[in-house]
Design a protein around this ligand. Structure first.
Ligand code: GLV
Length: 329
């Protein structure tokens, strides 16, 4: 008998069909966002689960689902999964790195440019019918080319953003990260490691790409925003909660900083009401990795991991992007 797996959200049908070659598959065609209790109910008897970056996988769930052996996410960020608890329960966890790096870096760059050049704000103005004449200083923003790009979190996506800035737009790149880049990468990007404080003070355009963890909660709040240039922009493509959204809305309203681009929010899909009323922020609904080829690649990678984690398919026993491969050893 085929093992049973659960696919938590509506996923490309051909990828679900690929899973059906190996598994009895329960899907969520209606794309309902299940509560933790509903998720536990759907997981009864399932050996594996295909998740996204939003379903919480914690000790309570693991204890309620003793048959569960694999949790495979199509997201790169896995702050929704208690990895040590999964390892302790012998549950393999995988995420989806690499396949979304360039697409997400493209989007980070686009949001930063939209904030700097006031694209969303001016588009709303035009659509509202307020455009009656060309004027000299209309929506005068700040330049991106030649400016200083500050990257907070220099992982794969951070490096992608830095590469675009340095090589495509002649930007001076500074960064802050847990570790330094190797000298060759620093030289190729012309990137300079600086303290978090110097990053905030010197960046014309700050792009946040650090993974979420308890330590990263409100890494950027009122005190940090106060260090930034009044002409600076802030872009967050990492996770909600890294930026204190209430403090950011206030800083934008007060013109403490010039503009922001946000793809992620504390408590999303709810958005802090103050962000909805300040004009100088571009807001998008967590879509940085959402090009069709990339979302398909992410889903295919999660499927590959699930098949391999449950001992099947060409990579059996060796899920390509396992986070705790030791549980299969
Ligand atoms: C999206 O936010 C991801 O982590 O893949």
């Amino acid at each position: 008998m085929k093992p049973s797996v659960l696919v938590c959200r509506a996923v490309f049908p051909d990828i679900v069909d690929r899973l059906r070659e190996y598994f009895e598959v329960e899907t969520n065609e209606a794309d309902v966002v299940w509560s933790p209790a509903e998720l536990i109910q759907h997981l009864q008897g399932k050996a594996g689960v295909f998740i996204t970056g939003t379903q919480p996988i914690d000790t309570a769930l693991l204890e309620a689902c003793p048959q569960l052996k694999a949790v495979c996410s199509m997201a790169v960020g896995y702050n929704n999964v208690d990895l040590p608890a999964c390892t302790a329960h012998g549950v393999l966890v995988s995420n989806a790195p690499d396949v979304l790096t360039e697409t997400t870096a493209d989007f980070g760059f686009a949001l930063m440019m939209a904030a700097a050049r006031r694209i969303a704000e001016s588009e709303h103005f035009l659509r509202s019918g307020a455009w009656t004449k060309w004027s000299v200083d209309a929506f005068a923003g700040s330049d991106v080319h030649g400016a200083t790009l500050g990257v907070l979190g220099m992982g794969r996506i951070g490096r992608g953003v830095a590469r675009r800035g340095a090589l495509g737009f002649g930007m001076k790149v500074i960064y802050h990260n847990r570790s330094h880049l190797d000298a060759a990468t620093e030289a190729a990007l012309g990137a300079r490691y600086v303290s978090k404080e110097a990053l905030l003070r010197e960046a014309d355009h700050l792009v946040i790409v650090v993974p979420y963890s308890a330590a990263a909660h409100h890494l950027i709040g009122a005190a940090e925003l106060a260090l930034m240039k009044p002409t600076a922009t802030l872009t967050n493509i990492a996770r909600g909660g890294i930026v204190d959204d209430a403090a950011l809305a206030q800083a934008l309203r007060d013109k403490r900083i010039a503009a922001a681009g946000l793809d992620v929010f504390e408590g999303e899909p709810a958005v802090h009401p103050d962000l909805l009323t300040v004009p100088n922020v571009v807001l998008t609904p967590h879509i940085a990795s959402s090009s069709l080829p990339t979302r398909r690649a992410m889903a295919n990678l999660a499927a590959d991991n699930l098949i391999a984690a449950l001992g099947l398919g060409p990579n059996k026993g060796k899920p390509p992007t396992a986070l705790n491969p030791e549980v299969l050893a």
